[in-house]
Design a protein around this ligand. Structure first.
Ligand SMILES: [Zn+2]
Length: 365
């Protein structure tokens, strides 16, 4: 990329200042839950607001919960989520506390709240789910989460849920019958449907089923980077033809297919989509999150769940079931070993002193 001239840079800065910059996908909840679990307050206000203000970001769509591994749910491959409805409620409680402690956030419940936030000098925050597992099998729960402020829902994360198949399932499945019913209710409630992380079949089904425009909040172009998380040109066109928007993702893996990427490569994805579907259908989905080391996605995609679990959970809450103990069916359940065994990790119940002791053993292992 060539350097900008002085006049170009001035124009770029002016455009940026005048624009309503909306980060379509953030996951601050990981840091919020980690901080609040240690008794901290105003976590997102202290850690994120200065960065957002410095970057001229006026709104974010914050994914407070879902099928994702943030703090207490883990839906990847053979590890099932742990009480996703409970943890969604807990995350919302965390965030409502954050809003009370830091008045510089403005929760978005209707479209006018974006401009109200801007006029008040606040950063607008939309609450979303990344995966619909908190809804379980009950559209009544969906209505309750709408009442609690959820305004965007990714139908799945990488795995399978009751609405459909995520991108890692690989079985060719799209939306379920329940998933189609959920889309009708999401449309009625005015909750934005997000297809990032869905299988190609599920994305196609969602485009065809939804009466309202849908988004891919954080997805890049598969034509430039052949990663299954990225959108094919056909799906991008179909989404845009129905009025949808694609948020271009800033993760190296989805830009270049490796752990390193350049700004030019990132801009190439924007250029590609702008040429393909027009600028009104292209946005930013940076997927900002703190504390995830650069190789976490690599870990997720190569399926070494044990390593990912060690990252997402305090070591004191993880124990490892040895293959031999598991076969023997020990009455104590899992016992700790010095060598974690992949695919047989379990999470201790926090209220169990035995589990805690086992966890301490594991932490030493
Ligand atoms: Zn995601």
């Amino acid at each position: 990329m060539r350097a900008l001239s002085g006049a170009e840079e001035e124009r770029a800065r002016r455009l940026h200042a005048e624009a309503f910059v909306f980060a379509g996908h953030t996951d601050f909840i990981a840091g919020v839950s980690e901080g609040r679990s240690r008794g901290e307050k105003g976590v997102a206000g202290r850690r994120q607001l200065p960065l957002l203000r410095a970057g001229g970001v006026k709104a974010v769509c914050e994914h407070v919960a879902g099928d994702t591994p943030y703090f207490s749910t883990f839906a990847f491959r053979n590890i099932r989520p742990l009480q996703p409805t409970k943890f969604a409620l807990q995350a919302l409680d965390y965030w409502y506390s954050e809003l009370e402690e830091t008045p510089d956030w403005q929760l978005v419940l209707e479209a006018g709240d974006f401009r109200r936030a801007e006029r008040a000098g606040k950063v607008a925050v939309v609450f979303g789910f990344e995966g619909a597992m908190p809804v379980d099998d009950d559209l009544g729960l969906l209505r309750m989460f709408h009442r609690l402020g959820i305004r965007s829902i990714g139908l799945t994360w990488n795995g399978r849920n009751l609405l459909g198949d995520g991108v890692s399932v690989g079985a060719g499945g799209g939306l379920t019958t329940f998933g189609k019913a959920a889309i009708a209710e999401l449309n009625r409630l005015g909750i934005v449907i997000d297809v990032s992380h869905m299988s190609d079949e599920g994305t196609r089904d969602a485009i065809e089923t939804s009466a309202m425009p849908i988004i891919a909040s954080h997805s890049n172009a598969r034509a430039l980077c052949a990663h299954p998380r990225n959108l094919t040109d056909d799906l991008a066109r179909g989404l845009a033809e129905r009025g949808g928007v694609i948020g271009v993702h800033m993760l190296n893996m989805f830009i270049s297919g490796s752990n390193t990427a350049t700004l030019d490569q990132f801009l190439d994805h924007i250029d590609h989509f702008v040429r393909l579907v027009g600028p009104e259908h292209v946005g930013l989905g940076p997927d900002c999150m703190e504390q995830w080391p650069g190789d976490v996605y690599k870990t997720l995609w190569t399926g070494t769940e044990a390593q990912a679990l060690q990252f997402h959970y305090p070591r004191s809450s993880i124990r490892w079931r040895s293959a031999s103990t598991s076969r023997a069916g020990s009455s104590r359940g899992a016992t700790t070993t010095r060598r974690p065994v992949r695919s047989s990790a379990t999470i201790c119940c926090a209220s169990s002193s035995r589990c805690s002791e086992d966890g301490r053993d594991a932490a030493r292992g």
